[in-house]
Design a protein around this ligand. Structure first.
Ligand code: C2E
Ligand code: SIN
Ligand code: SIN
Ligand code: FE
Length: 419
């Protein structure tokens, strides 16, 4: 599985877990509130009927409370653990306890009790002897709206009703979790396909940029040679030296772009200098040197081509500081440019130029070795000396098309391959 697929899968799984936990918690919380609400509503409805019936009886004197006591006894037998009537002054005027739940009632009475301060309905959940009860208080209202008294009932929560409501809640929970899971499963291929599109677009863009790099490199090569094989050769040499000295993947990519574009500024050098069959005089060489600044200027417009900038700008610096255009020395010269300088000169020496014939390999190597420490980073020059003969033989014995193909493989490896 590609790294990107695993990343998408991991993120989706994480999202699935989080959303499932959150919705699960929300559904459970809502379910519990709903169960409480329904139980309270059922019990309150019963209470309110009897509360209305009690209205004319609440103010009677103590000797006339038989009817009220009867009302309490009837109610408690059918519905409750215990009930109480209070008058408008909140004094208890009648009460009844269901004999079946006398122990539970006794136990509940040991718990702190406070009469609510306002005249709204109230309910409270209490537990005793492992059972849960609801204590509900309703005000008994006169028709004018005033408070005539209070009726309070303590109800054992009906396990059958609770079980039914809890079952409904679990079903809801499972449906929600199923929906979340299904959504996640459906999202995965959608995200994968969107990602594939993005990858394709970004690959097309990269392909366009690599083509731009090759096109620009070939444009300048055509000025002084029939082919752009020089670019392919120096790029191959540069990659092999870079791999040998352990450059990072990204540095090698920049080095390839630099190899293609290093002399792009020569586009701005006139033919009478660029193609001059003999040595340049000082003024001409002064102009020739501007190919570096011209090159930097040409690639300035493209962010992507900036990857080549270190090589374009510093490929004529020398290790001892005597090069151009800055006179940088040693490690101040980017390593890509230090590597490129070696392979560029090596290829210039072993190739025919408008102004010179090709040197034999051995002579080229002698010139190169003499410049180690002055023109070239000695460590890199030594590393190159170790591989130069093999590289040279390989390239000389290979048709130009094959050199180009081999470099295309390196471009694929360093620009396009997923790592
Ligand atoms: P280029 O031909 O690609 O050469 C690149 C570099 O290779 C040169 O950078 C130089 O460091 C090295 N090089 C090339 N040929 C020789 C050589 O015969 N002996 C030695 N020791 N080194 C050599 P440099 O000198 O900064 O030149 C930059 C560019 O200027 C050259 O690129 C070439 O296009 C042009 N150029 C340099 N000298 C002459 C010349 O005498 N006549 C003409 N027509 N162009 C020249
Ligand atoms: C060049 O493009 O600078 C020279 C071509 C070659 O070396 O064959
Ligand atoms: C060159 O080939 O670029 C010139 C090298 C030199 O004249 O030393
Ligand atoms: Fe150059």
């Amino acid at each position: 599985m590609h790294g990107i697929h695993r990343t998408i899968l991991n993120r989706l799984l994480a999202a699935w877990v989080v959303v499932s936990l959150l919705t699960g918690a929300a559904v459970s919380w809502m379910g519990v509130s709903r169960i409480d609400g329904q139980l309270v509503a059922l019990a309150t409805t019963e209470l309110l009927k009897t509360a209305t019936a009690s209205l004319p009886l609440l103010d009677r004197a103590e000797s006339e409370r038989n009817a009220l006591n009867q009302l309490a006894a009837d109610f408690v037998r059918h519905h409750a653990v215990a009930v109480e009537f209070r008058d408008r002054n909140r004094n208890k005027v009648a009460a009844a306890v269901n004999p079946l739940h006398a122990d539970l009632d006794q136990n509940l009475r040991t718990q702190a009790y406070s009469f609510p301060a306002d005249d709204d309905r109230h309910f409270k959940k209490l537990t005793a002897e492992g059972q849960t009860v609801l204590r509900i208080l309703v005000p008994v209202k006169e028709s004018a709206g005033g408070i005539a008294g209070y009726f309070e009932g303590t109800f054992l929560i009906d396990q059958e009703t609770v079980g039914r409501l809890r079952h409904e809640m679990i079903v809801t929970l499972l449906v929600v979790l199923f929906a979340v899971t299904l959504t996640t499963i459906c999202l995965y291929p959608v995200i994968l396909s969107l990602n594939r599109d993005v990858m394709r677009y970004s690959n097309d863009l990269l392909k366009g940029n690599v083509e731009l790099m090759e096109v620009l490199g070939s444009a300048i090569a055509k000025r002084d040679a029939a082919t752009n094989i020089h670019n392919y050769r120096v790029a191959s040499y540069a990659v092999r030296l870079a791999e040998k000295v352990g450059l990072k993947h990204g540095e090698i990519r920049d080095l390839i772009a630099g190899a293609f574009l290093h002399d792009v500024g020569k586009i701005g050098i006139s033919d009478n200098i660029l193609l001059k069959p003999g040595p340049l005089d000082a003024d001409e060489f002064e102009i020739m040197r501007t190919h570096v600044t011209l090159g930097v200027d040409i690639i300035r417009k493209s962010d992507w081509l900036q990857n080549a900038r270190d090589v374009v700008e510093f490929h004529h610096e020398k290790f001892d500081g005597s090069g151009y255009i800055r006179g940088l020395a040693g490690e101040a010269i980017p390593v890509t440019a230090r590597i490129f300088a070696i392979v560029d000169v090596f290829d210039a020496l072993t190739s025919k130029r408008p102004y010179k014939e090709a040197f034999p390999f051995a002579q080229a190597m002698t010139i190169l070795q003499q410049s180690a420490g002055t023109h070239f980073d000695p460590r890199l020059a030594t590393a190159f000396a170790g591989i130069a003969e093999g590289l040279f033989r390989e390239v000389s014995n290979t048709p130009d098309e094959a050199v180009e193909l081999r470099l295309q493989a390196l471009i694929t490896k360093y620009f396009f391959a997923r790592r």
